[in-house]
Design a protein around this ligand. Structure first.
Ligand SMILES: Nc1nc(=O)c2c([nH]1)NC[C@@H]1CN(c3ccc(C(=O)N[C@@H](CCC(=O)O)C(=O)O)cc3)CN21
Ligand SMILES: O=c1ccn([C@H]2C[C@H](O)[C@@H](COP(=O)(O)O)O2)c(=O)[nH]1
Length: 311
């Protein structure tokens, strides 16, 4: 039997533990790091690559992806969905600027309840959503990269130019964090001729290659893969294709030193079958998906492992 695809992740963790380059990083936590890694996941049978060697809160990850797609950059709309993974950065900034040692809970309450406060302190700057949906060019014109890529997938699926990018050099200094996952490039195989559907009755098979410059393997990567796989499913549905492969390429791929126990626990566990993802509805556009549209079946992971996030 083929080896479970999750071993790509376990092998990466093992490699970092054994051969990782130990270094100080921006956050001061320290990492074991390697440069250049690739993982590939076949999505074509409806498979949803949510790791099973620890419970991954895939709904939170997919909600973050839906938030990127709305083009919003304020944590207020994330908090309304009960997603708290981005709070640390504005919170840190607020505490440093005001000297107020407010708790995370109290800060989140204020962002939720006070729009003026949210506007002043809850915005992350021109991060993913802004760049994906409203990239500003030198002439002051905005570009919706998502709409453009979907349009090209429909009109010219063999194009080699179907990608969107978040690394907007001129705006990096205004972002709370520079983009980590940067290029999203699409590719269509089994392209059906005009009017002739492929064997599946669809217009082709849609794959995605994600280029990520920096990857936190303990917390970020399990989230990123699940949300990127969800994106392939959504875009495939919008362009009437079947999901193909998710290919993930990482630059500085690292294990934070305070995640070493997490990695060892994961390595002591056996992967279980990946769950399946089904979209329950066919929304009219990429803008109309809701978390209730995602049905995940057969997810039976090992227990969750709590770990601190490096800010
Ligand atoms: N150091 C670091 N790692 C990251 O993965 C990361 C950042 N910073 N900064 C920006 C975003 C925020 N991301 C995060 C932040 C926290 C969790 C996290 O704590 N995950 C928990 C569950 C949290 C929850 O469900 O609320 C986990 O166990 O996966 C995940 C991704 C991904 N990104
Ligand atoms: O989606 C994400 C967002 C962030 N990360 C990780 C990667 C790094 O550990 C930090 C970012 O720090 P930099 O100094 O800007 O590289 O966040 C991730 O894995 N996935």
């Amino acid at each position: 039997m083929a080896r479970h695809p999750e071993y790509q992740y376990l092998d990466l963790l093992e490699h970092l533990l054994e051969k990782g380059d130990r270094r100080i990083d921006r956050t001061g936590v320290g990492t074991l790091s390697t440069f250049g890694a690739m993982m590939r996941f076949d999505l074509s049978d409806g498979s949803f690559p949510v790791y099973t060697t620890k419970r991954v809160f895939w709904k939170t990850a997919v909600k973050e992806m839906l938030w990127f797609l709305t083009g919003q950059t304020n944590i207020q709309s994330l908090l309304r969905e009960n997603v708290r993974i981005w709070t640390d950065w504005p919170l840190d900034k607020y505490r440093k600027a005001t000297g107020d040692d407010i708790s995370q809970e109290a800060f989140e309450e204020r962002v939720l309840g006070d729009d003026a406060f949210a506007e002043e302190w809850g915005d992350l700057g021109p991060v993913y959503g802004k760049q994906w949906r409203r990239w500003l060019d030198a002439d002051g014109q905005e570009h919706d990269q998502i709409a453009a890529v979907i349009q090209t997938l429909k009109s010219n699926p063999s194009s080699r130019r179907m990608l969107f990018h978040a690394w907007n050099v001129g705006e990096l200094d205004r972002m709370a964090l520079s983009p980590c996952h940067m290029t999203y490039q699409f590719y269509v195989s089994n392209i059906a001729e005009e009017g002739v559907a492929s064997g599946s009755g669809k217009k082709g098979k849609l794959s995605l290659l994600v280029g990520q410059r920096s990857c936190d393997v303990g917390l970020g990567n399990p989230f990123n893969l699940a949300q990127q796989a969800a994106l392939v499913h959504m875009v495939a549905q919008q362009v009437d294709m079947t999901p193909g492969e998710l290919i993930w390429v990482g630059g500085d791929v690292h294990l934070y030193l305070n995640h070493v126990d997490l990695a060892r626990t994961i390595l002591s566990r056996e992967p279980r079958p990946f769950p399946k993802l089904r979209l329950l509805r066919h929304p009219d556009s990429i803008d109309d998906y809701r978390i209730e549209d995602f049905e995940v079946s057969g997810y039976d992971p090992h227990p969750a492992i709590e770990a601190p996030v490096a800010v």
